[in-house]
Write a protein that binds this ligand. Structure first.
Ligand SMILES: Nc1ncnc2c1ncn2[C@@H]1O[C@H](COP(=O)(O)OP(=O)(O)OP(=O)(O)O)[C@@H](O)[C@H]1O
Ligand SMILES: [Mg+2]
Length: 326
């Protein structure tokens, strides 16, 4: 990975981070470097056990590191005095958290306000985190998704400059997840910088300006989602149904590979305009309407699966390999 030199725009600069848990043969984090810029959402992606939570815990001062350097808002979360200041300026939603079970959601937020110089009002946090309906419920009676919303609320109390969100929307219903996305985007508009780990590729695509993909403790890919797909040369998928009597000999040479089965056209191309032009010109000449023509740019999920060497979900896979044009 190439690295930009640090600039004032960089709020988090991590170099060669290594974490070896006691007794482990292989380090959980093996030389991770990454940067976060002001107002940016950085998606930290990777399979279970890739080292995301370990990284987030080190960057937020909840875990020690074996080696490497970390500069967060110019401070080092591995140093006690720096960490005291970071606790006031950084919000964290850890993967595993807990609150006092007998306090209500509102009381929990109120309690956390005491740590900060200029905290948000309780009602504002209740609103932001989507806790209005359950603000007066005791924590022990909140559903899993509601408890997670409380975690997010607690992370927002202190008007943090940087927020770390480790799988913040796990357990959210679809509407709550979308509302959480709006909140995160609104925070970035106000200049907050966000590190977000998630297994939801749609979430990462919607929110992340750049992603860093970890595999077995190493960075296996990084960049803007569209750039990742370009670097991996995944190509654009063109699909259409054709009358079953169309034979390969009927299809123009340049797009012939797309006829993958009787009646089915599927072609992955680097130059979609050219291939589409050929397909459409030919179809119009033949009087074919191509009613279900589908043109799809590679998704972040495809890039992610290519980088982590994982298989696509068989349910999404096409029954037969699609033709490929260089
Ligand atoms: N407290 C610990 N002690 C020893 N090993 C640990 C500890 N926490 C995590 N590990 C190991 O470190 C590796 C990375 O774990 P980590 O929790 O950072 O992964 P992750 O990317 O967050 O995974 P997930 O997507 O499941 O949350 C795993 O092999 C895990 O077993
Ligand atoms: Mg984790």
């Amino acid at each position: 990975m190439t690295q930009d030199p640090p600039t004032s725009d960089v709020v988090l600069d991590v170099r060669d981070l290594v974490k070896r848990y006691p007794g482990a043969d292989v380090p959980a984090v093996q030389g991770v470097s990454l940067q976060l810029h002001r107002g940016e959402v950085l998606g930290l992606l990777g399979p279970n056990g890739a080292g995301k939570t370990t990284t987030v815990e080190i960057l937020t001062g909840f875990r020690s590191r074996t080696s490497g350097t970390v500069s967060l808002l110019g401070l080092d979360p591995g140093k006690r005095d720096d960490l005291r200041e970071l606790r006031r300026r950084v919000g964290v939603v850890l993967q595993h958290t807990g609150h006092y079970r007998y306090l209500t959601a509102r009381e929990t937020i109120a309690m956390h306000r005491a740590w900060y110089d200029d905290p948000r009002e309780v009602d504002e946090v209740v609103e932001l985190a989507g806790l209005t309906e359950c603000a007066d419920q005791r924590v022990r009676k909140l559903s899993g998704g509601q408890q997670r919303r409380l975690d997010v609320g607690v992370a927002l109390v202190g008007r943090p400059e940087v927020i770390f969100l480790d799988e913040p929307t796990t357990g959210f219903d679809p509407a709550a997840r979308r509302r959480a996305w709006d909140v995160i985007l609104e925070l970035t508009r106000l200049g907050t910088s966000v590190v977000l780990t998630t297994h939801y590729m749609e979430e990462a695509s919607r929110l992340a300006d750049r992603v860093v993909v970890l595999g077995a403790g190493r960075v296996v890919g990084s960049g803007a989602p569209e750039q990742l797909a370009r670097d991996l040369q995944l190509g654009t998928m063109i699909r259409a149904s054709l009358p079953p009597e169309v034979t390969p000999a009927d299809v123009p040479d340049a797009i012939r590979a797309g006829l993958v089965a009787p009646g089915r056209f599927e072609l992955r191309v680097d130059a979609p305009a050219e291939a589409l032009g050929q397909l459409c010109t030919w179809a119009v000449e033949r009087g074919l309407r191509l009613e279900d023509l589908d043109v799809r740019a590679p998704s972040l999920e495809e890039s992610y699966l290519a980088l982590t060497g994982e298989q696509s979900d068989p349910a999404d896979a096409t029954p037969e390999p699609a033709g490929v044009v260089a």
